[in-house]
Structure formats: C-alpha cells, structure tokens
Design a protein around this ligand. Structure first.
Ligand SMILES: C[S@@+](CC[C@H](N)C(=O)[O-])C[C@H]1O[C@@H](n2cnc3c(N)ncnc32)[C@H](O)[C@@H]1O
Length: 204
C-alpha cells in the first residue's frame, strides 16, 4: 500500500468514492499478480480459523481480501462507507454468498449479529477514536472469536499510520491473547520491497 501517505486527516465518503475506480491498481489492493494474490491467500489462511466461519471485513474496499476469505470457505460480510467501493466489492464477490453493506465501520450496521472474525486492513489507523472502535469491534465477536487487523506505519520521512506497539497497547486490555506478525520483509505481499512498518495484529 502506498496511497495512505496522501490520505487527508478526515477522509470523506466522496474522497473514497473518487479513489474506487483505480483502487485496485496498487498491487496489494487488486491482488492481480498471482504471486501477490497467493501471498495474501496464504497469510489469510494462517490467520483465519481452519473451519468455515463468519468473517466481518470492515472497510472492505473493493473486496479483494473478502474474496480470498470467501474462496477459503468463509461466510463474509463486508462493510464500507463508500458506495462505489461497495459496488465494486459486490461485483467481485458475486456468486460467493458474501454480503456487502454500506455503512460506518466504527458502528457496523449488523444489528445483533456476531462474528467469528472481525477483519480490517488499512482502516483502523484512520478512524477517530481507535480505542473506542476496538471496544466496539471486540463486542461483535462470538466467544472465542478473533480480531485480525492489518495495519502499518507507512512512509519514511513523514510516516502515517498506527505503530504495532501502539495497537497492541490498545488491544491488550480488551482481549486475552494478542500477537503481532511483522509483514514488511515479505515483498510478495506488497509487489515490491518495502522498509516501513507493516504488520498484522491478531487478538483473541
Ligand atoms: C485503504 S482502504 C482499504 C480497503 C481494504 N480493506 C483493503 O485492504 O483493500 C480503506 C477503505 O475503508 C473505507 N473506509 C474508510 N473509513 C471508513 C469508515 N469509517 N467506515 C467504513 N468504511 C470506511 C474506505 O472507503 C476504503 O474503502
């Protein structure tokens, strides 16, 4: 991911809608290269439970990760506040049984439904009040469920994002087990070598 360094402080629906048509041009967004796609598929398989389960993908964008999860046998619900992103995700996920909702990831429009996994990639760092949002997200989990949060601190000279140590500090009081896996060294995930901080935090 490289575009995050240009994201305004409070991105609007219009901002994300305007990015939707070209969003998948980034290698880690569109996962068009088979090597990149296979790298994310392998990671996701390791991070998600080994049995079919219900996954809530928040800020799902054009649905690339959601599609991998659906292909691995999971029942996926995506949520994105940008209607154009949601439209592209629906097209990508057609025939998988996945559902894509338009709404705020900080207050997902899922009513009383609960999930085995709350998945979010490159979202939490840009939401106001990440501590409050994490509390909401852990409340959406079934007993034994897990958060799978892929985040980073992107850029060299003027980095933006959420350092892993900071996210772990926020997640630890809300969950019983938290682990961080660093991802920057695996260039197959990004389509090029990167040297900033990229990671997944898994909290159960
Ligand atoms: C950097 S993109 C990541 C997309 C996708 N998770 C991925 O990794 O390919 C961030 C996405 O989150 C969505 N988004 C941003 N703030 C949101 C919010 N408060 N509620 C729902 N979606 C949001 C944007 O519309 C955009 O699709």
């Amino acid at each position: 991911m490289s575009s995050e360094s240009r994201i305004p402080e409070q991105p609007t629906v219009a901002y994300w809608d305007a990015l939707a048509a070209d969003f998948d041009d980034e290698p880690d967004h569109g996962l068009r290269d088979p090597v990149t796609r296979a790298a994310w598929a392998a990671r996701l398989r390791a991070w998600l439970p080994g049995r079919p389960c219900e996954v809530l993908d928040l800020g799902c964008g054009t649905g690339s990760l959601a599609l991998l999860a659906a292909e691995q046998g999971h029942q996926v619900t995506g949520v994105d506040m940008a209607p154009r992103m949601a439209e592209l995700a629906r097209a990508k996920l057609a025939g998988t049984g996945a559902t894509v909702l338009v709404g705020d990831a900080a207050e997902p429009p899922v009513g009383e439904r609960r999930f085995d996994v709350v998945l979010a990639r490159h979202l939490l760092w840009a939401l106001p009040g990440p501590e409050r949002v994490l509390r909401r997200w852990t409340g959406l989990l079934r007993p034994g469920g897990r958060l799978v949060l892929i985040e980073g601190r992107w850029g060299e000279s003027d980095p933006v994002g959420l350092p892993a140590a900071e996210l772990a500090r926020l997640a630890e009081p809300l969950t019983t087990r938290t682990r961080v896996e660093q991802l920057a060294a695996d260039s197959s995930l990004w389509g090029r070598p990167v040297s900033d901080e990229r990671y997944v935090l898994i909290a159960e």
